[in-house]
Design a protein around this ligand. Sequence first.
Ligand SMILES: [Zn+2]
Length: 284
Amino acid sequence: MKIKIGQWKVHILSGGKFLLDGGTMFGVIPKSLWARKMEADAENRILMETNCLLARDGSKTVLIEAGIGYDFSEKERNIYGIREGDNILRSLRETGVSPEEVDFVFLSHLHFDHAGGTVREGKDKKLVPVFPNARHLVQKRDWEDAMENYGVMKSSYQPERLKTLKDHGIIDLIDGDCEPVSGIKCVVSPGHCRGHQIIFLQSQGQTLLFCGDLFPTSFHLKPSWIMAYDLFPCDILREKRKVLESAVEEKWILSFYHDPAARAAMIEKTVKGDYTMVYGLSGF
Ligand SMILES: [Zn+2]
């Protein structure tokens, strides 16, 4: 999928598909409701995408999020249904962009399904950065939480792999809301985890919001459809309402990282007060 945001040409690229328990993706929502939206397999797992953004404006090549990554054990492949070779590198190759050309990698947070694509095993199983010439930008708070493996799930972060970015001096820890690259704004949104950020891509009055795990799929546009993985559900609820209001008012395009079907859309508010997607984004 391609979208034009002013001067930015944006490709939405898969960073690898995987499977997750459907119940955990929808928290307190009963299966009788969510299963109408997303089909579960025999083990109750639903298909998850990792819709990374490749944005270029003629001078900079920016990647937002890096997909699930590489080097999974057979056990992990079975649990998450991960297929060998299904990762961000394959998708980048299809657009003709080499990993060395990427100047910036923005990360909403460092859970493995978002940041895993930044590090892989090279020769002799030594860990190496996948985008060696890129500055990697993440909130300092999330980096600290990743190093301590803070959260309810022990397997969410991969601190040993992430340290590779620090060892190579290519990680920039940002502290709070900022615009580290002209036209790309990071805003802290600490509901999914303490250092989670959402990322705004802006140009010529147009805005695309990369929602990270604030709205992992379009079904999460319903404010109460909140993942069991979210550390602070009440904060998510408040944040969602705020973002939805502004998104409608200012005609933002929202991109949904984990949605296998609706990768990005503008939204509108219905008379009943729900939020629905508007189709027909223009590409380039
Ligand atoms: Zn996620």
